[in-house]
Design a protein around this ligand. Structure first.
Ligand code: HDE
Length: 791
């Protein structure tokens, strides 16, 4: 190792200083004046910004921080980074840690000899302040938590890929839509809105559906929901609606629920909220799985092509697994049985290779079309019916990898509505405009400063170069002395991209400043009515029941009455039903509407607004099926059913009264996977009841078994009777004869004893196994539903 007084080192340093001085001067001389200055003025230049003038130095030393940067070490690496490289954007491998076979150390790398005891004065003496190892461990532990998200605190994430299937070049210059086959990595986080980080998954709520696209031109965050409209029309009201729905401030109750006074007090005074509220009260508010819900960008955005032409766009995610929901009684019970129900479902599906897939569909329309609609496309409480602008699928997202670490990835991921890429732009939706501020702002508190973009999960995959510096937790070590632009000392770099960069659509405007809403925003009811008219009878019934439940929970009758009165604007029959069910002696008065005469929608009904419109691709992948087992049952039909289900990608499991094995009638043994106690009925999508009268006495005598079957029936799930007779159903109090007579499509009788079906492309409806698979794919059989339930 040379020392500081080594003459060779001194000479080399002097030579390098001279070279640096000359190279810097030569570089600076290439910029005799600022050529872009004149182009900064005048509206005509706004759409044609110049690329920044830039030069590459003749010698790397010209832009070096230190002439000794080529001295490397294990810590420094090899010295000068290759041109334009920012290792902070390298794949996540750069930070992934594997401790297999490694020694325990402190955060400074000191090997820790003893991880069991603090340092004490004698074996029974006090702990010493000197114990820096204990202090480091406890201090780090004390600071493990970061503030949870103020909304959407409860969530689950996954990595995946978006593959473009149709070039959108005609409408957008966005690189990720440039050509069929183009792949873009994504990270997705699904969430509930109101609950705290540890709240249960299956509460009634809107779900977040946030996607971070790591494009070659920067990160694009499409931060959407599973409902296409929002509560409010203006960002100014967001803190109010969130305060209203969150636990009430005096006693911090209820957790993750809108069924309380302050929420409905607010909603009943905000007619604009009614459309979103109906969606939230519908089965969309209790999805079966994150894999089975649609996603919506909600706002109108813009697409911009290479020629600078722009049109409007709405973004939709369409799940291949279809849109399916829980029923309320089930959702309530799941909250106790498995509060992580959605998180587990997503995790297990991905681990099992049943990768969730969603098509991205666009509704593209012109400003002229938008003008002709009965509603304002800038109003986030309105959707654009598919009948007016059809959906156009442009690509598919596949979630194919679970995170390595929940905190580092899912918790630290920072979505910002303002993260956009060239080719996409914002509209003037006043809610969206507020979001452009809020997300960046909230990350400052949540992630501890302005450098959250450097946290690995947030870093883009394309280079990041700018003159922003310092701040808490800064990671990048930027070479050189230049942190401003224009400059000549760094050859003008990093230079502005000009027309290759993001350019805001030049929308003409000359308006007075004012705090007001556009006229068409005053229509609060036409799309709420359209939504109701588009529901199938069972969906409508569920929605009404949800309103009855939520309003029934209120402690202040005046709010309940006000809400029913408001509902009269949407549907008099429903309002009347609610008034009856909620024991109101008189129909509450209708509050005045903002518009003198109601707006009529262009269409009568929009079938796509029903969840039944998208049953999915018919696959049963990931559906959990309980095969009930007991001593004395027949083994062969059970094994055949197991094989059928496994071949179809479902998750069949043997459920018994205790772990271990049961003995079938033929003397063979069947391994029990779980019990009625550990995994109650609500955690399964369907049930298969065993053949063989030998098993009946033990099953019929077990209340847990009967409860299990009763809940499967009540929640309208497919039931497959391998023995083809209904003794178990009858024991559970289920009117088996009536079901059979009504040909309940969710009840599959197997009088043949059941052979393993060839399920590959099978459509033989005579085969009971195939019928069961179809019933399972259809998810629920509401034909048998009654209010209140018969059983
Ligand atoms: Fe959000 N929202 N929001 N929001 N939002 C947040 O950002 C906000 C809105 C949505 O998985 C916060 O990082 C304002 C609409 C999702 O990390 C915060 C307004 C839609 C997520 C915030 C809205 C959403 C958030 C809290 C009205 C559907 C979770 C933590 C102007 C299109 C993202 C955070 C994730 C999160 C503010 C309205 C969806 C506080 C001010 C409309 C999916 O910044």
């Amino acid at each position: 190792m040379p020392t500081s007084n080594d003459p060779d080192v001194l000479t080399a340093a002097r030579d390098k200083l001279v070279t640096q001085k000359q190279a810097t001067d030569a570089l600076a001389r290439k910029t005799p004046h600022n050529p872009g200055k004149a182009g900064e003025y005048g509206a005509e230049n706004a759409q044609s910004p110049m690329a920044g003038q830039h030069f590459k130095p003749d010698d790397d030393l010209a832009t070096a921080s230190t002439v000794h940067e080529d001295i490397g070490s294990d810590k420094l690496g090899s010295g000068i980074p290759p041109d334009g490289v920012n290792p902070g954007n390298d794949p996540l491998d750069r930070v992934r840690v594997d401790s297999g076979g490694q020694t325990l150390s402190t955060n400074q790398g000191l090997p820790v000899a003893d991880n069991q005891h603090s340092l004490k004065a004698g074996s029974r003496g006090p702990v010493l302040l000197e114990d820096f190892i204990l202090r480091e461990k406890i201090t780090h532990f004390d600071h493990e938590r970061i503030p949870e998200r103020v909304v959407h605190a409860r969530g689950s994430g996954a990595h995946g890929v978006f593959v473009c299937t149709e070039s959108m070049e005609q409408f957008s210059r966005a690189d990720l839509f440039s050509s069929a086959g183009k792949e873009t990595p994504v990270f997705v986080r699904f969430s509930t809105v109101a609950g705290e980080r540890g709240s249960a998954d299956t509460v009634r709520d809107t779900r977040g559906f946030a996607v971070k696209f790591y494009t070659d031109e920067g990160n694009w965050d499409l931060v959407g929901n599973n409902i296409p409209v929002f509560f409010i029309q203006d960002a100014m009201k967001f803190p109010d609606v969130v305060h209203a729905v969150k636990p009430e401030p005096h006693h911090a109750m209820p957790q993750a629920s809108s069924a309380h006074d302050t929420f409905w007090d607010f909603i009943s005074l905000m007619p604009e909220s009614i459309h979103h509220t109906l969606w939230a009260m519908s089965d969309r508010g209790i999805p079966r799985s994150y894999r089975m819900m649609q996603g919506f960008g909600v706002h109108t955005f813009r697409l911009v092509n290479d020629a600078g032409e722009s049109c409007f766009v709405k973004f939709h995610w369409l799940p291949h697994a279809g849109t399916h929901a829980l029923v309320w009684d089930e959702a309530v019970k799941i909250n106790g049985a498995d509060p992580d129900f959605h998180r587990r479902d997503l995790w297990e599906a991905i681990e099992a290779g049943a990768f969730p897939k969603y098509d991205l569909a666009l509704q593209v329309f012109s400003e002229e079309q938008a003008e002709s609609f009965s509603f304002d496309v800038l109003d986030p409480t309105k959707l654009v019916p598919e009948e007016l602008v059809p959906l156009r699928v442009v690509g598919t997202m596949t979630l194919n990898r679970n995170p390595d670490n929940f905190f580092a990835e899912t918790e630290q991921v920072a979505f910002c509505a303002s993260h956009i890429v060239p080719g996409i732009d914002f509209s003037n939706d006043p809610l969206l405009q507020g979001r452009l501020f809020s997300y960046q702002d909230t990350q400052l508190t949540r992630l501890g400063g302005p450098n959250f973009h450097e946290i690995p999960i947030n870093a883009s995959v394309c280079p990041v170069h700018n003159n922003q510096r310092d701040g808490f937790h800064r990671q990048a070590i930027v070479r050189g002395r230049v942190s401003y632009e224009p400059n000549s000392l760094a050859g003008g770099c990093p230079h502005q991209a000009g027309q290759a960069g993001f350019r805001t659509v030049a929308e003409p405007m000359r308006e007075s400043k004012m705090r007001i809403k556009p006229e068409k925003f005053a229509d609060h009811f036409s799309q709420a009515k359209l939504f109701l008219r588009s529901q199938t009878p069972p969906e409508r019934e569920h929605l009404q029941n949800a309103l009855r439940f939520e309003l029934g929970r209120l402690t202040v009758p005046a709010i309940r009455e006000r809400m029913v009165g408001l509902m009269r604007h949407v549907d008099e029959t429903m309002a009347q039903w609610l008034a009856d069910e909620l024991g109101m002696r008189e129909m509450p008065p209708t509050p005045p509407a903002a518009l003198a005469s109601p707006v009529e929608s262009e269409i009568d009904a929009s079938p796509g607004l029903s969840m039944f419109a998208r049953p999915g691709d018919g696959s049963v992948a990931g559906r959990r099926v309980a095969l009930i087992v007991a001593d004395g049952m027949e083994a062969a039909p059970l094994q055949a059913a197991l094989q059928t289900l496994a071949m179809a990608g479902a998750v069949p499991r043997m459920v018994g009264t205790k772990l271990g094995r049961v003995q079938a009638a033929d003397g063979s043994h069947i391994e029990v996977d779980t019990t009625f106690l550990m995994m109650p009925s609500v955690l399964w999508d369907a049930v298969v009841l065993p053949a063989g009268t030998g098993a009946l006495p033990a099953l019929v005598a077990n209340g847990q078994v009967l409860e299990f079957i009763k809940d499967q029936y009540r929640h309208c799930k497919p039931i497959w009777l391998l023995g083809g007779e209904g003794a178990l159903l009858e024991a559970a109090g289920i009117p088996y004869d009536e079901l059979e007579a009504a040909a309940d499509p969710g009840l599959i009788l197997d009088e043949t004893g059941g052979d393993a079906a060839d399920v590959t492309g099978a459509d033989d409806e005579d085969d009971t196994a195939v019928r069961f698979l179809h019933a399972l794919a259809r998810h629920r059989h509401f034909e048998r539903e009654m209010d209140p339930p018969a059983v």
